[in-house]
Design a protein around this ligand. Structure first.
Ligand code: HXC
Length: 313
Protein backbone atom coordinates (compact mmCIF):
# COMPACT_ATOMS: atom_id res chain seq x y z
CA UNK A 1 0.00 0.00 0.00
CA UNK A 2 1.45 3.42 -0.91
CA UNK A 3 2.63 5.24 2.20
CA UNK A 4 2.96 8.95 2.76
CA UNK A 5 6.70 9.77 2.59
CA UNK A 6 6.44 11.58 5.93
CA UNK A 7 5.93 8.13 7.49
CA UNK A 8 9.29 6.77 6.38
CA UNK A 9 11.74 9.57 5.55
CA UNK A 10 12.45 13.13 6.72
CA UNK A 11 11.77 16.05 4.42
CA UNK A 12 15.32 17.44 4.76
CA UNK A 13 16.72 15.07 2.11
CA UNK A 14 16.82 16.27 -1.49
CA UNK A 15 14.66 14.44 -4.06
CA UNK A 16 16.68 12.38 -6.53
CA UNK A 17 19.92 12.19 -4.50
CA UNK A 18 20.09 8.45 -5.15
CA UNK A 19 19.12 8.62 -8.84
CA UNK A 20 20.57 5.64 -10.79
CA UNK A 21 21.86 3.95 -7.61
CA UNK A 22 20.96 0.35 -6.86
CA UNK A 23 20.55 -1.04 -3.35
CA UNK A 24 20.64 -4.76 -2.50
CA UNK A 25 19.02 -5.66 0.81
CA UNK A 26 18.63 -8.94 2.72
CA UNK A 27 15.69 -9.07 5.10
CA UNK A 28 14.07 -6.51 2.81
CA UNK A 29 10.54 -7.76 3.43
CA UNK A 30 10.78 -6.98 7.16
CA UNK A 31 9.46 -3.79 8.73
CA UNK A 32 12.78 -2.05 9.36
CA UNK A 33 14.62 -3.00 6.16
CA UNK A 34 11.61 -2.35 3.92
CA UNK A 35 11.43 1.15 5.45
CA UNK A 36 15.11 1.74 4.74
CA UNK A 37 14.72 0.61 1.13
CA UNK A 38 11.48 2.57 0.68
CA UNK A 39 13.28 5.77 1.71
CA UNK A 40 16.15 5.13 -0.72
CA UNK A 41 13.72 4.34 -3.55
CA UNK A 42 11.71 7.48 -2.79
CA UNK A 43 14.96 9.47 -3.14
CA UNK A 44 15.78 7.95 -6.55
CA UNK A 45 17.30 4.48 -6.08
CA UNK A 46 16.23 1.18 -7.60
CA UNK A 47 16.33 -1.86 -5.37
CA UNK A 48 16.52 -5.61 -4.98
CA UNK A 49 15.16 -7.11 -1.77
CA UNK A 50 15.57 -10.75 -0.81
CA UNK A 51 13.80 -12.91 1.74
CA UNK A 52 12.79 -16.48 2.52
CA UNK A 53 9.07 -16.08 1.95
CA UNK A 54 8.34 -15.77 -1.80
CA UNK A 55 4.88 -14.19 -1.58
CA UNK A 56 5.86 -11.73 1.16
CA UNK A 57 9.08 -10.68 -0.59
CA UNK A 58 7.52 -10.22 -4.03
CA UNK A 59 4.54 -8.38 -2.52
CA UNK A 60 6.81 -6.07 -0.52
CA UNK A 61 8.87 -5.26 -3.65
CA UNK A 62 5.71 -4.14 -5.47
CA UNK A 63 4.68 -2.11 -2.45
CA UNK A 64 8.06 -0.37 -2.14
CA UNK A 65 7.97 0.46 -5.87
CA UNK A 66 4.98 2.74 -5.17
CA UNK A 67 7.37 5.12 -3.36
CA UNK A 68 8.42 6.72 -6.67
CA UNK A 69 6.98 6.74 -10.16
CA UNK A 70 9.19 4.70 -12.48
CA UNK A 71 11.01 2.92 -9.64
CA UNK A 72 12.34 -0.59 -10.33
CA UNK A 73 12.17 -2.85 -7.30
CA UNK A 74 12.65 -6.59 -7.58
CA UNK A 75 11.77 -9.08 -4.88
CA UNK A 76 13.64 -12.38 -4.77
CA UNK A 77 12.00 -14.94 -2.49
CA UNK A 78 13.21 -18.40 -1.46
CA UNK A 79 16.60 -16.89 -0.64
CA UNK A 80 18.05 -18.10 2.66
CA UNK A 81 21.04 -15.98 3.75
CA UNK A 82 22.51 -19.07 5.44
CA UNK A 83 23.33 -20.38 1.97
CA UNK A 84 26.11 -18.54 0.13
CA UNK A 85 24.90 -20.10 -3.11
CA UNK A 86 21.42 -18.69 -2.54
CA UNK A 87 22.73 -15.16 -1.79
CA UNK A 88 25.16 -15.22 -4.72
CA UNK A 89 22.33 -16.19 -7.06
CA UNK A 90 20.26 -13.25 -5.82
CA UNK A 91 23.17 -10.84 -6.26
CA UNK A 92 23.72 -12.14 -9.82
CA UNK A 93 20.01 -11.64 -10.61
CA UNK A 94 20.12 -8.12 -9.18
CA UNK A 95 23.11 -7.18 -11.36
CA UNK A 96 21.53 -8.79 -14.42
CA UNK A 97 18.22 -6.96 -13.97
CA UNK A 98 19.29 -3.65 -12.43
CA UNK A 99 22.82 -3.39 -13.82
CA UNK A 100 24.87 -2.83 -10.68
CA UNK A 101 24.99 -2.65 -6.88
CA UNK A 102 25.99 0.65 -5.25
CA UNK A 103 24.72 0.05 -1.73
CA UNK A 104 24.15 -3.04 0.39
CA UNK A 105 22.09 -3.53 3.54
CA UNK A 106 22.75 -6.78 5.43
CA UNK A 107 19.56 -6.88 7.42
CA UNK A 108 18.25 -10.45 7.61
CA UNK A 109 17.87 -11.67 11.19
CA UNK A 110 16.03 -14.26 13.24
CA UNK A 111 15.26 -14.23 16.93
CA UNK A 112 13.19 -15.65 19.77
CA UNK A 113 13.30 -15.51 23.56
CA UNK A 114 14.92 -18.47 25.29
CA UNK A 115 17.07 -19.01 28.37
CA UNK A 116 20.33 -20.92 27.83
CA UNK A 117 18.82 -23.86 29.69
CA UNK A 118 16.21 -24.16 26.91
CA UNK A 119 18.48 -23.13 24.04
CA UNK A 120 19.83 -26.16 22.23
CA UNK A 121 23.17 -25.99 20.52
CA UNK A 122 21.29 -26.15 17.22
CA UNK A 123 18.99 -23.27 18.23
CA UNK A 124 22.03 -21.14 19.16
CA UNK A 125 23.69 -22.06 15.87
CA UNK A 126 20.53 -21.23 13.92
CA UNK A 127 20.60 -17.58 15.02
CA UNK A 128 24.38 -17.34 14.53
CA UNK A 129 23.88 -18.77 11.04
CA UNK A 130 21.13 -16.30 10.09
CA UNK A 131 22.47 -13.13 11.73
CA UNK A 132 26.25 -13.53 11.50
CA UNK A 133 26.98 -16.00 8.71
CA UNK A 134 24.08 -14.49 6.74
CA UNK A 135 25.61 -11.00 7.08
CA UNK A 136 28.96 -12.40 5.99
CA UNK A 137 27.42 -14.10 2.96
CA UNK A 138 25.65 -10.89 2.00
CA UNK A 139 28.83 -8.80 2.29
CA UNK A 140 30.93 -11.44 0.54
CA UNK A 141 28.57 -11.66 -2.44
CA UNK A 142 28.04 -7.88 -2.77
CA UNK A 143 31.58 -6.60 -2.17
CA UNK A 144 32.96 -7.24 -5.69
CA UNK A 145 30.03 -5.21 -7.12
CA UNK A 146 30.43 -2.50 -4.46
CA UNK A 147 34.16 -2.18 -5.26
CA UNK A 148 33.35 -1.80 -8.97
CA UNK A 149 30.74 0.84 -8.20
CA UNK A 150 33.07 2.69 -5.80
CA UNK A 151 35.71 2.93 -8.56
CA UNK A 152 33.12 4.51 -10.86
CA UNK A 153 31.76 6.90 -8.24
CA UNK A 154 34.48 7.37 -5.63
CA UNK A 155 33.93 9.09 -2.33
CA UNK A 156 34.96 12.73 -2.44
CA UNK A 157 34.87 12.93 -6.25
CA UNK A 158 31.24 12.10 -6.94
CA UNK A 159 28.28 14.07 -5.75
CA UNK A 160 26.82 10.81 -4.55
CA UNK A 161 29.46 8.15 -3.97
CA UNK A 162 28.92 4.39 -4.30
CA UNK A 163 30.36 1.36 -2.52
CA UNK A 164 28.68 1.43 0.86
CA UNK A 165 27.47 -1.28 3.18
CA UNK A 166 25.32 -1.09 6.31
CA UNK A 167 24.95 -4.01 8.70
CA UNK A 168 21.88 -4.07 10.93
CA UNK A 169 22.90 -4.99 14.45
CA UNK A 170 21.44 -4.36 17.92
CA UNK A 171 22.44 -3.01 21.33
CA UNK A 172 21.67 -6.26 23.17
CA UNK A 173 25.34 -7.11 23.71
CA UNK A 174 26.41 -3.78 25.22
CA UNK A 175 25.25 -4.65 28.69
CA UNK A 176 24.06 -8.21 28.09
CA UNK A 177 20.43 -9.30 27.76
CA UNK A 178 18.70 -12.25 29.41
CA UNK A 179 17.01 -14.80 27.09
CA UNK A 180 19.11 -13.48 24.19
CA UNK A 181 22.44 -15.38 24.41
CA UNK A 182 22.16 -16.44 20.76
CA UNK A 183 21.37 -12.92 19.44
CA UNK A 184 23.89 -11.23 21.77
CA UNK A 185 26.70 -13.44 20.44
CA UNK A 186 25.54 -13.03 16.84
CA UNK A 187 25.21 -9.23 16.94
CA UNK A 188 28.60 -8.80 18.67
CA UNK A 189 29.98 -10.75 15.71
CA UNK A 190 28.14 -8.54 13.21
CA UNK A 191 29.73 -5.41 14.75
CA UNK A 192 33.18 -7.03 14.48
CA UNK A 193 32.47 -8.13 10.91
CA UNK A 194 31.65 -4.58 9.85
CA UNK A 195 34.94 -3.31 11.34
CA UNK A 196 36.82 -5.94 9.35
CA UNK A 197 35.10 -4.91 6.12
CA UNK A 198 36.09 -1.32 6.91
CA UNK A 199 39.78 -2.07 7.40
CA UNK A 200 40.13 -4.54 4.51
CA UNK A 201 37.93 -2.75 1.95
CA UNK A 202 38.28 0.91 3.04
CA UNK A 203 41.39 1.24 0.84
CA UNK A 204 39.23 0.05 -2.09
CA UNK A 205 36.77 2.88 -1.57
CA UNK A 206 34.20 1.07 0.57
CA UNK A 207 32.58 2.37 3.73
CA UNK A 208 31.16 -0.19 6.15
CA UNK A 209 29.02 0.89 9.06
CA UNK A 210 26.52 -0.58 11.50
CA UNK A 211 23.10 0.73 12.43
CA UNK A 212 21.92 -0.57 15.78
CA UNK A 213 18.22 0.08 16.25
CA UNK A 214 16.65 0.20 19.68
CA UNK A 215 13.04 -0.93 20.19
CA UNK A 216 11.18 0.07 17.03
CA UNK A 217 7.38 0.17 17.06
CA UNK A 218 5.26 -1.93 14.71
CA UNK A 219 8.02 -4.42 13.86
CA UNK A 220 8.06 -8.22 13.91
CA UNK A 221 11.05 -8.04 16.28
CA UNK A 222 9.04 -6.12 18.90
CA UNK A 223 6.00 -8.37 18.41
CA UNK A 224 8.18 -11.38 19.08
CA UNK A 225 10.36 -10.00 21.85
CA UNK A 226 8.51 -7.34 23.85
CA UNK A 227 5.76 -7.85 26.42
CA UNK A 228 2.53 -5.96 25.79
CA UNK A 229 2.38 -2.82 27.95
CA UNK A 230 -0.22 -2.65 30.72
CA UNK A 231 -2.99 -0.17 30.03
CA UNK A 232 -2.25 3.29 31.42
CA UNK A 233 1.50 2.69 31.68
CA UNK A 234 4.29 4.01 29.49
CA UNK A 235 7.05 1.39 29.42
CA UNK A 236 9.12 3.61 27.13
CA UNK A 237 9.55 6.25 29.80
CA UNK A 238 12.78 4.53 30.72
CA UNK A 239 14.19 5.58 27.32
CA UNK A 240 15.84 9.03 27.60
CA UNK A 241 13.99 10.26 24.47
CA UNK A 242 10.74 9.08 26.11
CA UNK A 243 9.33 7.07 23.24
CA UNK A 244 9.73 3.95 21.17
CA UNK A 245 11.62 4.29 17.87
CA UNK A 246 9.97 4.52 14.45
CA UNK A 247 10.98 2.81 11.22
CA UNK A 248 11.56 6.35 9.88
CA UNK A 249 14.29 6.91 12.49
CA UNK A 250 16.25 3.99 11.02
CA UNK A 251 15.51 5.00 7.41
CA UNK A 252 16.81 8.53 8.06
CA UNK A 253 20.05 7.13 9.51
CA UNK A 254 20.39 4.93 6.42
CA UNK A 255 19.95 7.85 4.01
CA UNK A 256 22.61 9.76 5.96
CA UNK A 257 25.15 6.91 5.88
CA UNK A 258 24.67 6.32 2.13
CA UNK A 259 24.78 10.04 1.31
CA UNK A 260 27.64 12.37 0.54
CA UNK A 261 27.26 13.71 4.10
CA UNK A 262 28.84 10.54 5.56
CA UNK A 263 31.94 10.32 3.34
CA UNK A 264 34.38 10.06 6.24
CA UNK A 265 32.26 7.80 8.46
CA UNK A 266 33.74 4.30 8.25
CA UNK A 267 33.88 1.39 10.68
CA UNK A 268 31.35 3.13 12.94
CA UNK A 269 28.30 1.96 14.86
CA UNK A 270 25.37 4.35 14.69
CA UNK A 271 23.02 3.55 17.56
CA UNK A 272 19.51 4.81 16.82
CA UNK A 273 17.63 4.13 20.04
CA UNK A 274 16.79 7.42 21.76
CA UNK A 275 19.52 6.65 24.30
CA UNK A 276 17.72 3.45 25.34
CA UNK A 277 20.70 1.16 25.83
CA UNK A 278 22.19 3.54 28.37
CA UNK A 279 19.24 3.03 30.72
CA UNK A 280 17.55 -0.22 29.83
CA UNK A 281 20.26 -2.90 29.91
CA UNK A 282 19.95 -5.67 32.47
CA UNK A 283 19.93 -4.40 36.05
CA UNK A 284 19.72 -0.73 35.12
CA UNK A 285 15.97 -0.47 34.81
CA UNK A 286 15.59 2.82 36.68
CA UNK A 287 12.85 5.14 35.39
CA UNK A 288 13.44 8.84 35.10
CA UNK A 289 12.39 10.53 38.37
CA UNK A 290 9.60 12.95 37.41
CA UNK A 291 10.26 15.24 40.40
CA UNK A 292 13.42 16.47 38.62
CA UNK A 293 11.18 17.99 35.92
CA UNK A 294 9.52 20.07 38.63
CA UNK A 295 12.89 21.23 40.01
CA UNK A 296 12.73 18.86 43.00
CA UNK A 297 15.70 17.19 44.64
CA UNK A 298 16.41 13.71 45.98
CA UNK A 299 15.04 13.32 49.50
CA UNK A 300 14.34 10.64 52.05
CA UNK A 301 17.35 8.41 51.40
CA UNK A 302 20.44 7.93 53.49
CA UNK A 303 23.83 9.33 52.51
CA UNK A 304 22.54 12.49 50.81
CA UNK A 305 24.77 15.53 50.87
CA UNK A 306 23.12 18.39 52.78
CA UNK A 307 22.31 21.29 50.44
CA UNK A 308 22.82 24.83 51.67
CA UNK A 309 19.60 26.79 51.25
CA UNK A 310 19.39 28.57 47.89
CA UNK A 311 22.51 26.82 46.59
CA UNK A 312 22.04 25.34 43.11
CA UNK A 313 25.65 25.29 41.91
C1 HXC B 1 13.49 -21.93 21.52
C2 HXC B 1 13.61 -22.28 19.24
C3 HXC B 1 12.55 -21.38 19.01
C4 HXC B 1 11.95 -20.76 20.16
C5 HXC B 1 13.22 -22.12 17.09
N1 HXC B 1 13.97 -22.73 18.02
N2 HXC B 1 12.33 -21.29 17.67
N3 HXC B 1 14.08 -22.57 20.46
N4 HXC B 1 12.46 -21.07 21.38
N5 HXC B 1 10.95 -19.92 20.04
C6 HXC B 1 14.98 -23.72 17.81
C7 HXC B 1 14.37 -25.00 17.26
O1 HXC B 1 13.80 -25.77 18.31
C8 HXC B 1 15.58 -25.67 16.62
O2 HXC B 1 16.39 -26.26 17.60
C9 HXC B 1 16.36 -24.49 16.07
O3 HXC B 1 15.94 -23.32 16.80
C10 HXC B 1 16.06 -24.25 14.61
O4 HXC B 1 14.65 -24.09 14.46
P1 HXC B 1 13.93 -24.14 13.04
O5 HXC B 1 12.52 -23.81 13.26
O6 HXC B 1 14.28 -25.42 12.37
O7 HXC B 1 14.73 -23.04 12.27
P2 HXC B 1 14.23 -22.08 11.17
O8 HXC B 1 13.03 -22.58 10.47
O9 HXC B 1 15.40 -21.79 10.35
O10 HXC B 1 13.76 -20.80 12.01
C11 HXC B 1 14.52 -19.70 12.23
C12 HXC B 1 14.12 -19.00 13.52
C13 HXC B 1 12.61 -18.77 13.55
C14 HXC B 1 14.86 -17.70 13.69
C15 HXC B 1 14.53 -19.92 14.63
O11 HXC B 1 12.25 -18.23 14.79
C16 HXC B 1 12.11 -17.85 12.43
O12 HXC B 1 11.99 -18.29 11.30
N6 HXC B 1 11.81 -16.60 12.73
C17 HXC B 1 11.25 -15.66 11.72
C18 HXC B 1 12.13 -14.53 11.50
C19 HXC B 1 12.36 -13.73 12.75
O13 HXC B 1 12.66 -14.24 13.80
N7 HXC B 1 12.22 -12.41 12.63
C20 HXC B 1 12.40 -11.52 13.75
C21 HXC B 1 13.64 -10.86 13.57
S1 HXC B 1 13.77 -9.56 14.70
P3 HXC B 1 16.34 -27.87 17.87
O14 HXC B 1 17.21 -28.08 19.03
O15 HXC B 1 14.90 -28.20 18.12
O16 HXC B 1 16.86 -28.48 16.61
C22 HXC B 1 15.32 -9.52 15.21
C23 HXC B 1 15.64 -8.32 16.04
C24 HXC B 1 16.83 -8.56 16.88
O17 HXC B 1 16.09 -10.35 14.90
C25 HXC B 1 17.19 -7.38 17.74
C26 HXC B 1 16.23 -7.14 18.88
C27 HXC B 1 16.43 -5.84 19.61
Amino acid sequence: MPQDPSEYVSKIFKDGIFKDKVVFCTGGNGSICSGQVRALVHLGANACIVGRNVEKTEGMAKDIATAREGAKVIGIGACDVRSMESVQKAVDTCVKELGRIDFCIAGAAGNFLAPMSQLSSNAFKTVIDIDLIGSYNCAKACLPELVKAAKEHPTGESTVPSGRIIFISATLHYGGTVLQTHAVAAKAGVDALSSQVCIEYGPLGITSNVISPGPIGGTEGMDRLAKKAKEGTNPWKVIPSGRMGKVKDIADATVYLFSDAANYVNGEVLVVDGGAWRTTSTGRDFPYPDFLLEGGSVEGVGGMKKQKSGSKL
